[in-house]
Design a protein around this ligand. Structure first.
Ligand code: FES
Length: 571
């Protein structure tokens, strides 16, 4: 019998008694011969494939490739489904269910007889949800991402998923684009399976998985339909068996230095603001003391990757230019030693890397922007923090003072945003509340409030926008997000009134409501929260326990790990 260091599966399949009979016999109904229960590593393949998550529609094929690798390395692969979250399909917002996916993943891994796990994810919330759940059980783990779609193509031009749609929408609303043109762009946008091919949240999390060494080199950018991604999945199957045999758990890979490297990398690639809540939540599961303030270490890093939404190219171009490895090589001086699933230092990932297109991946001496990353803001409007992505903002608005125009809810905003008489101008600061983790609930990606029609028709393309919401990783604008505490729990955002002066000072990391304390105290005395819209089910659990954005918006009782052995049987 092969000896592996993590052999929890023997508690299921290695017993010469009734329990062993039951565990093995029912598995044999799938045609497994007896010898595969000889103590070899059992590898769970945790799959978020779903036709309702089109971004992850290629994961069935990748699962087969992982299995080949597991068999080849002497393991026993067993695929299992978990909840899938299709960002563009599920209502009210996928973020409401990220923590539910994490619970599903955690309990599936803990409850079944596996020694290691390969996480197959892609669409925005699937990667962080899977990593959060896996981190709490802490078996050996490898991430295999779905990979980006091929470049969108329309009328001879490349178009980026989730990025160009905002421009198309604004053009239709301003009468510059016909509905026929809109629909033909829609068809050219998504030409293959895979995740959004801009540097949105999905490609950000896949790229950060690579930079944190929890996936193999190439995971960040290889297109979904590229045969090399299938080969990567195969090799990940071999790798997870090796990690089990050497007893290297997820927590042995993801360390504080890994997260710091991820923050640096996120800045250099122009990654999504959503990475903040996700990295905070994953770190929280691992007991790593990562705080919102730690994200400031990325704010001095130059933007090197010229991909939408911050730049002009797409993930396919990024892959062919050298991908994450070429970026890591460029920023190596900022990175710290950290482990990887290769059982070598993360520097192995870039030691042979080259850049093949300097327009797509810039050098440190010729960056796209001198300072990128995510700037953490604090001040009287956001005592626990907020953030802005300067790379996606208009430089002239990064330090701006103006009068607020307040939208009470998304519905209020949608009902008046196209009013030609909306009393706003290019100096106005749009404020949207009721969109935080608890308020919406689920913290939807609505922070990039559309430009009011009255401004759009005059050619105004950006104004300062502030909310307790998130923003799609594919969106852009001078948008302040994740204001904490959120309005629903009485954060100062709840007290803002139209006409109040607000000052955004990105240079100094400040966000202030310029209203006297006694005025705010009087408003607070009259303020009452809206009752939560959910009274039962998971959404009720979520509303009762979700934490604020500055700590990752996990459920309070899911923080940390539970790696205890499950000893009770049902038979
Ligand atoms: Fe799934 Fe963008 S909607 S990755």
């Amino acid at each position: 019998m092969q000896v592996n260091k993590i052999n929890r599966s023997s508690k299921w399949y290695g017993k010469a008694n009734r329990d062993g009979f039951i565990h093995r016999s029912w598995m044999k109904n799938q045609g497994f011969p007896h010898h595969v229960f000889d103590g070899r590593p059992v590898i769970g393949i945790c799959n978020t494939w779903s036709e309702l998550t089109p971004c992850n529609a290629g994961l069935r094929g990748l699962a087969e490739a992982v299995k080949r690798g597991v068999w080849e390395a002497g393991g026993l692969p067993v695929e299992f489904p978990v909840m899938s979250l299709g960002e563009t399909q599920i209502k009210p917002t996928a973020m409401l269910f990220r923590n539910l996916l994490a619970m599903d993943v955690e309990e599936s891994i803990r409850g079944y007889g596996m020694d290691g796990v390969v996480l197959l994810g892609g669409c925005d919330k699937t990667t962080p949800g899977q990593l959060m759940g896996a981190a709490s059980v802490d078996l050996p783990t490898v991430v295999v991402s779905a990979g980006p779609m091929l470049n969108g193509k329309w009328r001879g031009k490349d178009i980026g998923s989730g990025t160009d749609v905002w421009k198309f929408d604004a053009d239709v609303r301003a009468g510059r684009m016909s509905m026929d043109a809109f629909l033909s762009a829609e068809a050219g946008n998504s030409r293959s399976v895979g995740v959004c091919m801009t540097m949105g949240t999905a490609s950000t999390m896949a790229s950060l998985s690579e930079s944190m060494g929890i996936s193999l080199p190439g995971n960040g950018s290889l297109p979904a339909v590229d045969a090399r991604r299938t080969a990567l999945a195969h090799m990940s199957g071999r790798r997870i068996v090796d990690l089990v045999q050497h007893g290297i758990r997820l927590s042995g890979i993801l360390q504080r230095s890994s997260f710091e490297n991820a923050i640096i990398t996120n800045a250099a690639i122009g990654g999504s603001t959503n990475a903040v809540v996700h990295l905070l939540a994953i770190a929280g599961r691992l007991g790593i003391d990562l705080t919102l303030r730690d994200f400031d270490i990325g704010s001095e890093i130059p933007l090197l990757v010229n991909c939408m939404p911050a730049g002009e190219y797409l993930m396919e171009d990024f892959c062919y230019a050298g991908g994450i490895a070429a970026v890591l090589r460029e920023i190596a001086g900022y990175l710290k030693p950290a482990p990887s699933v290769l059982r070598q230092d993360i520097s192995t990932y870039w030691q042979d890397a080259e850049c093949f297109n300097r327009d797509v991946i810039r050098s440190l001496t010729d960056p796209l922007q001198a300072k990128a990353g995510i700037r953490v803001l604090q001040g009287s409007l956001a005592p626990d923090g907020a953030l802005i992505k300067p790379a996606a903002a208009s430089p002239h608005l990064l330090n701006h003072e103006g009068a607020a125009f307040v939208f009470e809810t998304i519905e209020h905003m949608k009902s008046v945003i196209d009013d030609p008489d909306l009393p706003v101008d290019e100096q106005t600061i749009l404020v949207l509340r009721g969109c935080g983790p608890r308020g919406y609930p689920g913290m939807p990606e609505v922070g990039n409030i559309p430009i009011p029609k009255s401004l759009a028709v005059r050619g105004v393309s950006d104004v300062v926008r502030i909310s307790d919401a998130r923003m799609s990783g594919t969106a852009f604008g001078t948008v302040v997000l994740h204001v904490a505490p959120e309005s629903q729990i009485g954060g100062p955002l709840a007290l803002v009134e139209t006409g109040d002066r607000i000052r955004l000072n990105t240079s100094e990391g400040r966000l202030d409501l310029l209203v006297a304390d006694d005025v705010l105290a009087a408003r607070r005395a009259n303020w009452t929260p809206e009752p939560p819209p959910y009274t039962r089910g998971y959404a009720r659990l979520y509303v009762d326990h979700v934490m604020q954005a500055d700590t990752g918006a996990d459920l309070d009782f899911l923080i940390g790990q539970d790696t205890r052995e499950v000893t009770r049987e049902s038979h």
